[in-house]
Design a protein around this ligand. Structure first.
Ligand SMILES: C[S@@+](CC[C@H](N)C(=O)[O-])C[C@H]1O[C@@H](n2cnc3c(N)ncnc32)[C@H](O)[C@@H]1O
Length: 299
C-alpha cells in the first residue's frame, strides 16, 4: 500500500513572499540577500515531504532565470556573513570574476568529474579520445565551434556519431548560418541528413556584418545512421527564451535544448555532448532524467 506523504508547501510560499518583498538596495546586495534567504530553506529542496520543490520553481515564480538564482546562491555561499566585500563591484564583475563559473564547478578534477548531486560527467580533452569508450549512445546533442577554422570538427563528429550512436539514434548539431552548406556536407560524410530545426531566439537579433542580415534563429541539424523517421513526433521550431547574457557566462540557453532532449530520448537514456563547453546541454539532460556525458577540450 502506498504511504501518503503530506506535502508542506507553506515554507515555499513564505520564501517566495520574502523574495518578492526584498528592498531593492543595489543589484549586488539584493542578489546576495536573495541567495541568503533561499539558503535558509535550502535543505527542503528536493524533499517529497516539502513538496519536492526545485530551484527552478523559484526562478519561474519570481520570473527570473534559473542561472540568476544559481548566481545568487553562489554569492551568498561564498560570502556568508556580509555583502560588504562586494559593495564596490558590479554584478557583472561578481559573476564573471569572483564566482566560479559553472564550467569551473563542473570540471574540477584533472580528467573527469562525476558530480555527486547529478549524473553529469564532463571528460577533459579531445572528444575523439576521451569519449572513445562510449557506445550505444541514444542521442548526441551538441554545439561545435562555428568559425571556419573548426570546420573539420564536423567531419570528426560525423565519424564519431556513426561509430558510437545506437543504430536508431539521432544527432542534433547546432550550427551557424555562414558555413551551413559545408557543415551539412561534412556531417553527411558518415551520417544521413534528416531535417533542419529552427532554434528561434525570442527577442534576440544579431546583425551579421558580412551579409548585412539581422539574424534571429539558428539551424539545428538532425542527422542519423540511416533512419529518417523520428522516434517521437516533433515540431521543428524550437524556442530559446531571452536571457540576460551579461549576468551569465553560459553560452547557450537551456530552454531550446529541453525540447530536443524530449524529442530524441526517453528518461534513463544516454545523451552525449562532445563539445560540452560549460555543460549547459548535459545539465539540462541530467535535470530531465537522462544520463549525460560530455567532453571539453579547454578546461
Ligand atoms: C560552441 S562551444 C559549446 C558551448 C556549449 N553548448 C555551452 O552552452 O557552453 C564549443 C566548445 O567545444 C570545445 N571543443 C572544440 N573542439 C573540441 C574537441 N575536439 N573536443 C572537445 N571539445 C572541443 C570548445 O573548447 C568549446 O568550448
Amino acid at each position: 500500500m502506498k504511504t501518503l506523504v503530506k506535502q508542506d508547501n507553506a515554507w515555499y510560499n513564505n520564501l517566495i513572499l520574502d523574495l518578492k518583498k526584498l528592498e531593492f538596495t543595489g543589484v549586488v546586495l539584493t542578489k546576495w540577500s536573495i541567495g541568503k534567504r533561499i539558503l535558509e530553506d535550502f535543505d527542503k529542496f528536493g524533499s517529497p515531504e516539502y513538496g519536492s520543490k526545485k530551484i527552478e520553481n523559484i526562478a519561474r515564480d519570481c520570473k527570473v532565470s534559473s542561472r540568476d538564482i544559481y548566481f545568487c546562491l553562489q554569492v551568498a555561499k561564498k560570502y556568508p556573513n556580509s555583502a560588504t566585500p562586494l559593495q564596490s563591484y558590479s554584478w557583472h564583475y561578481v559573476t564573471n570574476k569572483l564566482l566560479p563559473s559553472p564550467k569551473e564547478e563542473r570540471i574540477k578534477s584533472e580528467n573527469s568529474l562525476q558530480l555527486s548531486d547529478s549524473k553529469i560527467e564532463i571528460r577533459k580533452g579531445d572528444f575523439k579520445t576521451v569519449l572513445n569508450d562510449i557506445y550505444n549512445i541514444d542521442a548526441i546533442i551538441t554545439d561545435p565551434p562555428y568559425p571556419y577554422e573548426f570546420i573539420d570538427c564536423f567531419s570528426e563528429l560525423s565519424l564519431y556519431a556513426k561509430e558510437h550512436l545506437k543504430e536508431d539514434g539521432f544527432a542534433a548539431v547546432y550550427s551557424g548560418q555562414y558555413h551551413l552548406p559545408e557543415v551539412i556536407k561534412r556531417l553527411s560524410e558518415h551520417l544521413t541528413y534528416v531535417w533542419t530545426f529552427c532554434l528561434y531566439h525570442v527577442g534576440k537579433k544579431q546583425l551579421v556584418n558580412g551579409v548585412n542580415i539581422m539574424c534571429g534563429w539558428k539551424p539545428v541539424l538532425i542527422f542519423s545512421k540511416g533512419k529518417k523517421k523520428m522516434r517521437f513526433s516533433a515540431y521543428d521550431v524550437l524556442v530559446s527564451e531571452k536571457r540576460e547574457k551579461d549576468l551569465h557566462p553560459w553560452q547557450q540557453s537551456e530552454s531550446g535544448v529541453l525540447e530536443l532532449i524530449n524529442i530524441l530520448t526517453k528518461p534513463g537514456e544516454l545523451i552525449v555532448d562532445p563539445f560540452a563547453g560549460s555543460g549547459t546541454f548535459l545539465k539540462a539532460a541530467s535535470d530531465n532524467g537522462r544520463k549525460a556525458i560530455g567532453a571539453e577540450i579547454k578546461c
